[in-house]
Design a protein around this ligand. Structure first.
Ligand SMILES: NC(=O)c1ccc[n+]([C@@H]2O[C@H](COP(=O)([O-])OP(=O)(O)OC[C@H]3O[C@@H](n4cnc5c(N)ncnc54)[C@H](OP(=O)(O)O)[C@@H]3O)[C@@H](O)[C@H]2O)c1
Length: 232
């Protein structure tokens, strides 16, 4: 897909991988609607994009709220007239064994990591189908496929998103809407520092973002689908 002139909505755009993907898309000439919970970091990303001449607006909200997802997609359409790229990146992770995890923490991971992506897809998809063009990028994790102690609820939330991603990719194959699953290993962000400090080498968010942008660019030429980005 040609990124220049397209419109992209990125969730979790205030920090980490979401911020890096937003910047890369802006450098390639996309107009951006940025979404995440906290206003401060969201404004910092917005200013960084404006400094490089990008077109950007931001709205804060919770990805697990139907109303907030509806508002964000509506704002993208009202502001830019279309929506071509949706990056479902917002996510939370709590590392704890099943005896330590609270029900609230388990539920939040499902609501944010899985249902948050589903809500944004349900809002964005009708417009992409009408356009006959779109690219949905779901930020999953290597932990969706390989399981290790401490990550039960996080892995389950990402495995749910993986199953959803792989199924809708096939359902939408003939519509012009592409669906990409991204499976990073450790990436150097606040989340990683909080959860896996000192656990070996980590990827740079900007490198992960560059690979994602290439996958979006290639998405209408191939049925390229999953990208696994691991520490070399
Ligand atoms: N870092 C890694 O090693 C790694 C590896 C594999 C996959 N991932 C996945 O990559 C994605 C990004 O992770 P990251 O490492 O960049 O995390 P991060 O630095 O902690 O940033 C997370 C972003 O998501 C937003 N967010 C969290 N909950 C939200 C909610 N309920 N509603 C709206 N926005 C919300 C945060 O907003 P606030 O600023 O408002 O909190 C923040 O902008 C996540 O889905 C994560 O699971 C990360």
């Amino acid at each position: 897909m040609e990124i220049a002139g397209s419109v992209a909505l990125v969730t979790g755009a205030g920090r980490g991988i979401g911020r890096a993907v937003s910047l890369e898309l802006a450098k390639k000439g996309a107009s951006l609607l940025l979404f995440s919970r906290t206003e401060g970091p969201l404004l910092e990303t917005t200013e960084e994009i404006r400094r490089i001449g990008g077109k950007v607006i931001a709205i804060s909200g919770d990805v697990s709220s139907r109303e907030d997802a509806r508002k964000a997609v509506r704002l993208a359409l009202d502001s830019f007239g279309r929506l071509d790229i949706l990056v479902n990146n917002a996510g939370v992770g709590y590392k704890a064994s099943i005896t330590e995890l609270s029900i609230d923490e388990i539920e939040e991971q499902i609501k944010v990591n899985y249902m948050g992506s589903v809500l944004f897809i349900k809002e964005a998809l009708p417009h992409m189908l009408k356009q006959g063009r779109g690219c949905i990028v779901n930020m999953i994790s290597t932990l969706a496929r390989s399981y290790s102690p401490g990550w039960s609820a996080y892995s389950a939330s990402k495995a749910a998103l993986m199953a959803f991603t792989e199924t809708i990719r096939e359902e939408l194959a003939s519509t012009g809407v592409r669906v990409i699953g991204v499976y990073p290993s450790l990436v150097s962000t606040d989340m990683m520092r909080k959860l896996a400090a000192g656990k070996g080498r980590a990827l740079d968010p900007s490198d992960v973002a560059k690979v994602i942008v290439i996958a979006i660019e290639q998405s209408d030429k191939t049925l390229l689908s999953d990208i696994v980005i691991a520490v070399p």
